[in-house]
Design a binder for this molecule. Structure first.
Ligand SMILES: [Zn+2]
Length: 381
């Protein structure tokens, strides 16, 4: 529901939705689906408002109901900000927070380096939700019964309590799963083992959550509502796919050491901008090189020939087309230092997405070209 997570390493940001601000420097987005959900929840909660505070009248009932929904998601946002602020204090950059149907998600730029930080970031959200629940419960006591303030304070307190307890369930992708992962990591010394254990329990939770409506039928004897079936099915699917995704990322992290520029860089041949493409390609084959670098009169690289642009150029045009027509200019972000590897390499690539990068030694000497397809092959293997 509201786990801090790192996105898949392929560098493609998910759909962001509507940006609503950047508290503590963290951009906050509301997924487009959220606006439909807010409407549906307003309608669903209006019955409770009507029965708990009689005599309000229809417009006021919906107004109060909508206020509750806004406060509910404000609570989710505070929960996510708690994860993010602790992460920032521990030196972990936060890319964004997204609030959507089932809650929110804080995306960290990278995983915590040790189990202690993992534990602190994971605990921050549920802890703050529990504190809000306690404050709300205490604040509701002196308020007069059957009034709007009493209803709102009580329900928001209850919602925060539920958010805290649900998120503390010990399985990925929930916060409790992160806590479990940190504990196993600490005891075994292996973050992969921690992920495997917490992902396994996460899948177990998914099965249990899917079974809840049927258990309710068996216990109470009353037929379950379609809404609760849909809701629990969604939650179960969310848990299962989140746990599976965590496993996938853990396996991917296991492969990160294979990502080194020393290994992946293709040798390149230089060509001046006006060289016909066919001639440059012949030179490339002769030298058994993997890429073409466009150079100026002083042999300084100015652009990289795009493999996909070459592939899209018909054979008969290649003798007439200068290489500069299928090359993309070198901007600073497309020049990588040869000593980059693993996660640092992926971060550098994500900062400036491109299909080819120039790889340069510390001395300034050109080592060759990194093709993003070569990295993707390892990452998706
Ligand atoms: Zn959380």
């Amino acid at each position: 529901m509201s786990e801090p997570s790192t996105t898949s390493q392929d560098g493609r940001p998910a759909a962001r939705g509507v940006r609503v601000g950047a508290p503590f420097g963290v951009p906050v987005y509301f997924a487009p689906s959220w606006f439909f959900v807010a409407g549906a929840l307003t309608v669903a909660f209006s019955g409770t408002v009507d029965s708990r505070v009689p005599g309000l009248g229809t417009p006021a009932v919906y107004g109060v109901s909508f206020t509750f929904v806004v406060l509910l998601y404000a609570s989710v946002l505070v929960h996510e900000l708690s994860h993010s602020v602790v992460a920032l204090r521990l030196g972990l950059p936060v890319r964004r927070i997204t609030v959507y149907l089932l809650g929110g998600v804080s995306e960290l730029e990278r995983e915590p380096e040790d189990p202690a930080r993992e534990y602190l970031v994971a605990m921050a959200g549920p802890l703050v939700s529990l504190i809000l629940a306690a404050i709300g419960t205490a604040a509701a006591v002196p308020l007069q019964a059957h009034t709007v303030p009493r209803l709102l304070v009580e329900e928001v307190a209850l919602a925060n309590g539920l958010v805290a307890l649900f998120n503390l369930l010990p399985g990925l992708p929930l916060d409790g799963g992160r806590v479990l992962r940190a504990l196993v990591w600490r005891l075994s010394g292996s973050s992969e083992r921690g992920t495997a254990v917490a992902a396994f329990t996460g899948r177990g939770l998914a099965v249990l959550v899917a079974a809840v409506p049927f258990v309710l039928i068996a216990v109470s004897g009353s037929p379950t509502t379609l809404l609760s079936l849909v809701l629990f099915s969604l939650l179960a699917a969310f848990l299962w796919s989140g746990a599976t995704q965590s496993l996938r990322i853990a396996r991917l992290r296991g492969r990160l050491p294979e990502l080194s520029l020393a290994r992946l860089t293709r040798p390149a041949v230089p060509a001046s901008a006006s060289t016909p493409l066919a001639m440059a390609l012949a030179h490339l084959e002769q030298q058994s090189a993997g890429s073409i670098v466009v150079v100026d009169h002083d042999a300084r690289p100015t652009a990289l020939v795009s493999e996909s642009a070459v592939a899209a150029t018909p054979q008969e045009r290649r003798p007439w087309l200068p290489v500069s027509d299928v090359a993309i200019a070198l901007v600073p972000g497309r020049i990588l230092s040869a000593d980059l590897s693993g996660e640092a390499l992926l971060l550098a690539m994500r900062a400036t997405p491109a299909s080819e990068y120039l790889v340069v030694e510390d001395s300034g000497e050109v080592l060759g070209v990194l093709a993003t397809t070569d990295v993707a092959r390892i990452v998706s293997a």
